[in-house]
Design a protein around this ligand. Structure first.
Ligand SMILES: C[S@@+](CC[C@H](N)C(=O)[O-])C[C@H]1O[C@@H](n2cnc3c(N)ncnc32)[C@H](O)[C@@H]1O
Length: 293
């Protein structure tokens, strides 16, 4: 069913995936999105790794995955697995008939055996309670909260839980969330002026008002130049036409990107102003290879 994003920063029409976001485990999620070659978490990973390395040499503060769904970015960041491995696991025919509780326990063991970064706490925020429940029970998230900061203020538990966040990561979230969520989240932090964020934003959406909201906390937001990041194929002709119209209306050229049938995202990196002034973003990302087109 087409969804007219009521909080979208443009009027983009995107397929409504609410049903697959709210299952007790990610089998339906990967079943649906694998067919559309969903790949933004994997495309994002080299940038997130580079920012994490620059951000957190010796910094034990947690990473918060915003709109984390089933904890996919945390799974990639903390385990010896890529998105193909995680997709293969979730779409394994041998696991298709397992009751959700049994799958969750089996996934907990599966991920624990493949842990590569045990010391990095990963937090998650998503509006979907079942997705957060899965991500916590499997250990993909150290902690997580199912709340909607577009609609209202954070609970005391969420506010306390994210207070020490050092880095915020977001893939596939903007459009569902906008400046309200970012403002409310940063207000929870002990030191929002020291926050770093890596946010991948579909080119159909304008990120300017989020960047402006972050600037109020003394943070500078820069777009990664010269590269866009494939998110997934369009589900249908309606998405194709709407996305191509949206990017054209924003003054962007869809040639070779949306015109070829793919959603592409820009990557925005937000850092404290003093850091951004002394370390150019291209230097920070120098080790990140191109080839995300
Ligand atoms: C396209 S999925 C992206 C999931 C994951 N980050 C990834 O890249 O695979 C969008 C997610 O945003 C969540 N979401 C939608 N509205 C939200 C809101 N107001 N606050 C938090 N999460 C929301 C959905 O439940 C869903 O898990």
């Amino acid at each position: 069913m087409p969804l007219l994003d009521d909080n979208a920063l443009t009027g983009s029409i995107k397929t409504d995936f609410t049903d697959i976001y709210t299952q007790p485990d990610p089998r339906a999620y990967f079943g649906a999105l694998a067919g559309l070659e969903y790949q933004i978490p994997q495309r994002a990973l080299p940038v997130v790794e580079a920012v994490l390395a620059a951000r957190s040499a010796g910094d034990p503060r947690p990473v918060l995955d915003l709109c984390c769904s089933y904890g996919i970015n945390a799974a990639l960041l903390r385990h010896r697995l890529d998105l193909d491995d995680i997709t293969a696991r979730a779409t394994d025919p041998d696991l298709a008939d397992l009751p959700a509780d049994e799958l969750i326990e089996a996934d907990r063991v599966f991920y624990a055996e493949r842990l590569r970064r045990p010391d990095l706490p990963t937090l998650g925020l998503d509006v979907s309670a079942p997705a957060i429940d899965y991500a916590r029970r499997t250990g993909l998230l150290t902690d997580g909260w199912a709340e909607d900061l577009e609609a209202g203020d954070p609970s005391p538990e969420l506010a306390a839980g994210v207070a020490r966040t050092g880095l915020v990561v977001c893939t596939g979230g903007v459009g569902y969330i906008g400046h309200r969520t970012f403002e409310r989240l940063l207000r929870c932090m002990d030191d929002p002026g020291d926050a770093w964020l890596v946010v991948f934003v579909l080119r159909v959406f304008d990120y300017a008002d989020v960047a402006a909201a972050l600037a109020e906390f003394g943070l500078v937001t820069e777009r990664v130049e010269g590269e866009t990041f494939v998110q997934r194929r369009f589900a249908d002709d309606g998405e194709f036409r709407a996305a191509n119209a949206d990017v054209a209306r924003r003054g962007l050229d869809p040639t070779g990107r949306e015109a070829d049938g793919w959603y592409h995202a820009d990557c925005f990196v937000t850092r404290p102003a003093a850091v951004a002034a002394t370390t150019p973003l291209p230097d920070l990302l120098a080790g990140v290879g191109a080839g995300n087109r």
